[in-house]
Design a protein around this ligand. Structure first.
Ligand code: 2AM
Length: 224
């Protein structure tokens, strides 16, 4: 009798420990509050509201996406490409339930999502699936993605605007990174206490943190 295959999860990733999650929620909300009050942001408010006269409360605009995590492999319970192969990797089995330190190096805000950019270590990159940076992106939409270093897409989705799926964060992050590498230099740069804020047009904001924030996180999986 053939043994039943173990069920695959919805996704694998690093999950922020609960006290870290609280800390990050608070500090990133503080940043949204700051961004909301900046003249440069107000000047471009129509990116978010469609109307230059309208105001937006960014803290209300994004719905928080818990548990806060950095997805490595999206499995969709086995339906996603490469899910089974990933689950069978020795490094995935060996790392399961172990805790690591994620380094948050930037924050991104767009009219769709609010997220934290994560810089992965060489060791963490062993858990980053080949091709994950380009997953779920029609190639024609993001020319230049091939030139980005492996792991560029690593992030924690902090919140999504109404009706937006979390998968958008990785796509918006890659788009911002491509813009930053290209000819189009950021339109506005403002030095904040937290770091350097750039505006990349069409409601895309990037804060390069002056100091990376380290977050303890456990490698695990999630199923609804
Ligand atoms: P995220 O990693 O950008 O936050 C459950 O939906 C989780 O899997 C979310 O965290 C989501 O986005 C991620 N996810 C959903 N669909 C995905 C896909 N096609 N590729 C990669 N990650 C995906």
């Amino acid at each position: 009798q053939a043994s039943k295959e173990p069920a695959l999860p919805m996704f694998y990733g690093w999950f922020l420990l609960s006290d870290v999650e609280e800390k990050i929620k608070c500090s990133t909300m503080e940043f949204l509050k700051t961004l909301d009050t900046l003249e440069a942001f107000k000047k471009n408010i129509s990116d978010f509201t469609g109307d230059a006269e309208k105001e937006v409360d960014l803290e209300q605009f994004f719905q928080i996406n818990t548990p806060l995590h950095c997805t490595t492999q999206f499995c969709d319970y086995g339906k996603a490409e490469g899910a089974k192969e990933y689950a069978e990797l020795q490094v995935v089995k060996d790392s399961y339930d172990t805790t690591t330190e994620l380094s948050v190096v930037g924050l991104i805000v767009t009219p769709r999502i609010f997220g934290a950019r994560v810089a992965l270590t060489t060791e963490q990159l062993l858990l980053w699936p080949t091709g994950a940076d380009k997953e779920a992106i029609p190639p024609a939409d993001l020319p230049g993605v091939e030139a980005l270093p492996v792991g560029s897409r690593a992030h924690v989705t902090l919140g999504c605007a109404a009706g937006v799926e979390a998968v958008q964060t990785g796509i918006d992050l890659l788009e911002i990174l491509i813009l930053q590498q290209g000819e189009e230099k950021a339109a506005t740069v403002e030095e904040l206490e937290l770091g350097t804020l750039s505006y990349l047009g069409q409601g895309r904001w990037y804060l390069a943190l002056r100091e990376a924030v380290t977050c303890d996180a456990t490698f695990s999986s999630f199923s609804e």
